[in-house]
Design a binder for this molecule. Sequence first.
Ligand SMILES: C=C(O[C@@H]1C=C(C(=O)O)C=C[C@H]1O)C(=O)O
Length: 367
Amino acid sequence: MSENKPKQDERLLELRNRIDTIDSEIARLISERANCALEVAEVKKSNGEDALYYRPEREAQVLRRAMERNPGPLTNEEMARLFREIMSACLALEEPIKVAYLGPEGTFTQQAALKHFGHSAVSKPLAAIDEVFREVEAGAVNYGVVPVENSTEGVVNHTLDNFMTSNLKICGEVELRIHQHLMISDITRKESITRIYSHAQSLAQCRKWLDSYYPNVERVAVASNAEAARRVKGEWNAAAIAGDMAAELYGLKILNEKIEDRPDNSTRFLIIGSQAVPPSGDDKTSLMVSMRNAPGALHDLLAPFQHHKIDLTRVETRPAQSGNWTYVFFIDFVGHRERENVAAALKEVGACASDMKVLGSYPRGVL
Ligand SMILES: C=C(O[C@@H]1C=C(C(=O)O)C=C[C@H]1O)C(=O)O
C-alpha cells in the first residue's frame, strides 16, 4: 500500500463533495430552464400559435451557441449532445413531439431521429418511406425522418420521388456517421457461416471487406438492417451486417467492428413536416425544378446560382413521373429563401422552369 493512500483518499473525498455540490447546482439550473420553457409555451399559446411549440431554427441556434462557447474539456459535439437532451426534455413538458421514421426499430434512421429530436420525443417506426410521408401528411405525427443520400452509395430515390406528389416541407437535416458491424447470435457457429443478411445499401458499403473475408458466402439483401439482425437470431449458420442499435436490440454479438469500406461513410436524413422554418442564421434550401427538354436547359437553370454567388451543395436528376425522357432536378444550396440573393435567384430560375417548388429552407445540420 502506498504511503500516500490516506492523502489520496482525502483528495478523492474532497473532489466527490465538489461534484455533489456542482450536480445540485446543475439540477437547480435545469429546473429553472424547464420552467422558462414552460412559460415560453404559455406565451406561444396566448399568441394563438399552433399547438406545436417546437422551433427548429431556435433549437439550431441553442446548439450552435453551446458549441461556440464550449470551454472544454468536453468536445463541442458532446456539449451539444447534452444540450440536445435538455431541450428535448424541456419541450416534452408541454407535449412530447411525435416523430415517424423508416423502421423497424434498430435502423440507422431511428438513430438519426434520436440524434435530431433527443430521447424525449415519441418515435414511431413505419415500414416504408411512403408511409412516413403519409403519416406526416395525415397529421398523425408532427414530423418524419427519412434517409436521402449516402456518401458511398448515393441518393435514396424513393425519398426524392415522394416529394413529386407530396406537399410536405423539409424542416431540417441530420447527418450520421454510419458504422457497419458483422454480428452473430449465440447459436451461430462462426466457422459455418454460409449466409450474410443486410440491407442492399449496407452490403454495398461493405463490398470490398466481404470480398476479402467472406468471398464465397451468400449475401442476402433484406428490407432493413434491423430485419437482418432479427433473422440471425434464429439461424446457426448466418450473420448480419447492421449498426450498434440493431445489435443491442436483438442481443447479437459483434464479430467485426466498422467493416464499411470507406471510413467517412455517412448518411444524410431529412426531417419532413408541414411547417415553414424561419432563418436560423446558417441555413440550406432544397428546390425541385422541372425543365423543358431544350438545349442549354441545365445551363439556364444553374446560371442564376452562379450569378448570385450561391453555393450549390447537391444536384440530382430523376425521371419525371409525367412522361418519358423529361427530368426533374433536385437542387440543394446554402442560404435561406428569405435572403435577398436567394430570393432573386429563385425568381430567375422560376422564370425559365416549367415547374418549380421550394421544398424548404431549414437550419444546416448542427450535430
Ligand atoms: C423554449 C422554446 O420552445 C422550444 C424549446 C426550446 C428549448 O428548450 O430551448 C427551443 C425551441 C423550441 O423547440 C422557444 O421557442 O424558445
